[in-house]
Design a protein around this ligand. Structure first.
Ligand SMILES: *Cc1c(COP(=O)(O)O)cnc(C)c1O
Length: 389
């Protein structure tokens, strides 16, 4: 018997701990030298011009939307199959939020549905200013097609790559922003690498980067060339925007920088675990996650769909039995617009039928670098027993 197996967890080694302790003993706990080093490291890894580290992906999404000029009267579209933060960033900017249904094979935003919705929105004069595709579970969205639509309809693209650092799209790293204006990562402990809490926004557009740097720290600049008034003296700074305190500390950045050294190893392990699940689950009445052969998923999640024509239990039965047996399964995601807050914005059940069908059949199995084969076998034998009981 093994202990409780969570669906995801961080992997911290002595080197990570030493890196954090070193900062604690240094002069700067925040706004020191480590944040820029972490930014440089991630930007280089991804092949993006610049990266802006912040205290969460939620903050990164917010300043990304602000930098792209989202405001009242604008529309932001995203996938319903995501964490609420991918949509909330639009509401922070007082824009209106809408959802594009998912593709039943990839569980990502459907490009066909997006194209249809854009054609309709064009006629009605309510095209989106920003579209946020989410690389669900690490599986890259069809970014090339989305970028073509962005060209045609004139919207901006923010990739929510919270699940996807270390993955590749068409053999290039996620985060290089080849097909987007900005890419956002999350470093929450269940994600691919962690800083405790933390996030990052990457871009190749120097103006956007400058704007996001301003917004993460109160809208304050100390750069003379950004100032509107003549500086009073060496002590002088100017607030030229209404920004926030979304800064990452050097303590968090030290952990992230250290974790970057094992990013590839983490994703390799996730890939191996997923491939092993594919084999172990082959005979069970479940749909295993599809992966595009041209892409390399970071595999943040391993999501199965119960074939409810063959499984006599309900999804809830299976889920509860697994939890009772110490398997920390989870469910990603409740369609965002089904949240009470969004119901208050007049979204009705059934709005995105594919996302709802998916939601009624899906379960996320444990996947994280330190998951052992013994634990994985336990997950599969328990699932098998629950389904056949
Ligand atoms: C985790 C997550 C976020 C938010 O990340 P935080 O760093 O916790 O703010 C946003 N979008 C998606 C898809 C996520 O999974």
């Amino acid at each position: 018997m093994v202990g409780y197996i969570p669906y995801g967890r961080q992997d911290i080694n002595q080197q990570d701990i030493d890196a954090v302790v070193e900062v604690l003993k240094s002069t700067w706990l925040t706004q020191g030298p480590v944040v820029p080093r972490f930014e440089e490291k991630v930007a280089q890894y991804c092949g993006a011009a610049s990266a802006v580290a912040v205290n969460s992906a939620t903050s990164a999404l917010h300043i990304a939307c602000r930098a792209l000029g989202l405001g009242p009267g604008d529309w932001l579209w995203t996938s319903p199959n995501t964490f609420v933060a991918s949509a909330n960033c639009g509401l922070y900017c007082e824009a209106q939020v809408d959802f594009v249904d998912i593709d039943p094979q990839t569980y990502n935003m459907s490009v066909t549905a997006l194209e249809e919705k854009l054609a309709k929105a064009e006629q009605e004069g309510c095209l989106p200013k920003i579209v946020i595709p989410v690389h669900f579970a690490g599986q890259p969205c069809d970014m090339q097609s989305i970028a073509e639509l962005a060209q045609r309809y004139g919207f901006k693209v923010i990739e929510d790559a919270s699940h996807a650092i270390g993955g590749r799209y068409q053999n290039e790293p996620i985060g290089n922003c080849r097909y987007s204006d900005i890419t956002v990562f999350s470093f929450h402990p269940v994600k691919i690498i962690t800083t405790g809490e933390g996030g990052m926004a990457l871009s190749n557009d120097a103006k956007l980067v400058r704007q996001m740097r301003l917004l993460r720290s109160h809208g304050i600049t100390s750069e003379a060339d950004e100032m509107t008034y003549v500086p009073d003296g060496l002590w002088y700074y100017q607030q030229i925007e209404l920004g926030f305190n979304y800064r990452m500390t050097d303590i968090h950045a030290a952990l992230g920088l250290s974790q970057m050294q094992r990013l590839d190893e983490f994703v390799t392990k996730r890939q191996a675990i997923a491939k092993r699940y594919d084999v172990l689950l082959a005979e069970l009445p479940v749909v295993i996650p599809w992966r595009h052969s041209d892409n390399y998923s970071a595999l943040h999640l391993y999501v199965i769909r119960l074939d409810l024509r063959k499984v006599t239990k309900t999804q809830r039965n299976v889920f509860e039995a697994l939890r009772a047996a110490g398997i920390g399964v989870n469910l990603h995601y409740i369609p965002v617009y089904r949240q009470p807050y969004y119901a208050g914005l007049n979204f009705k059940p059934g709005y995105c039928p594919e996302a709802e069908q998916y939601y009624s059949e899906t379960i996320s199995l444990p996947i994280y670098p330190a998951l052992t084969e013994v634990e994985q076998d336990q997950v599969v034998t328990t699932l098998e027993a629950v389904i056949n009981a």
